[in-house]
Design a protein. Structure first.
Length: 62
């Protein structure tokens, strides 16, 4: 696997992890407001770079 393929695989994995975090947050909020499971839509498209960053933070849970 050359460097470009490795970089692409890393970015795709990173994008998938961010998308999973966004979907988890959406599901939690829907559960809090009492929405039915089918009422929630899935996250589509690329994460918006202007919006809040849903990437991992440096904070840790104790």
């Amino acid at each position: 696997m050359d460097t470009q393929d490795q970089a692409r695989a890393l970015m795709m994995r990173h994008h998938k992890l961010i998308k999973n975090r966004q979907q988890s947050m959406l599901n939690r909020v829907a559960d809090e407001v009492g929405a039915e499971p089918g009422d929630c839509t899935t996250i589509q498209g690329k994460p918006n770079s202007n919006a809040m960053n849903y990437d991992r933070s440096n904070a840790t849970m104790s």
